[in-house]
Design a protein around this ligand. Sequence first.
Ligand SMILES: [Zn+2]
Ligand SMILES: [Zn+2]
Length: 287
Amino acid sequence: MKQQDINSFIERNLKNFSVNSTGWNDLIGNMLSELVAAGWNMEHDVFGKEKFGGLRCYIYSENEELNARLRKITNKYARLSGKVCEICGHEGKLRMINSWETTLCIHHFIDQKPIMEIDENENIVYKQNPILNMKDIVKAEVEFDLQTLKLYIKKKINTDEYFSFSTQEPNYYLLLKTVPLHLFSEDRQSRISDLFQNLKDCEVCGHKALYHKSCLRCHNEPWGASKYHEEDYGEKLEYLKECQMDMFIDEDGYEDYFNYDCSFDKIPGHEILFTLDDLEEYKKLLF
Ligand SMILES: [Zn+2]
Ligand SMILES: [Zn+2]
């Protein structure tokens, strides 16, 4: 088998893959050459596509033994694709954008789902584009235990149009803190002030973001909040370590994204409690 023939087989078949961009080209190329090495006849085309953020390849032969070998390879690449950015080929994670799933590096994820920021002129901006200024807000509402925020501006007050924000996006609590309190109804005003006045230090993530029994930044409970903590972990140090390791492993990409959150103050001198050995041991248990 000549490398040249394999190369032209790859080049021809890359076009048969319905994918969002070129980030997976190397991955698909490697898979195609492994399929050929396993016995696939290069005269036949291979087809595939992106589905739910993973690479799917449709390939079939009449030979059952060959089929089993091919399936092993396509399954392997389906798994590998879950860690490669579809756009640039760098390390990626499965991410949700609105309701579709896609595998992207943090850079391309933020490109698709930009971080909300508040600039020095009190504009709410995405990718430096202002969408709304604090001064233009005439009414503010919070729902679902303060987890969503609706902001109304004058010219739209009579319609149902509003700007909506949720805790799913970084800087949500920064925004909630910045919106003038008098724009909320009275009962909400006291709820919101209560929240910001009663934040405590979270020993897991190291932010002053603990409100009652949950951290608004990392969503972990403080040690002892549940009666199962002692049963499951024995001591506080073990509990904190494990929560911190979960954050570090960051399987769902939450930490990656919320690294950009400036809602809460960092606690000076916050300590990472696990060692690299702890992490290795823990990964063995998990994967
Ligand atoms: Zn990328
Ligand atoms: Zn926390």
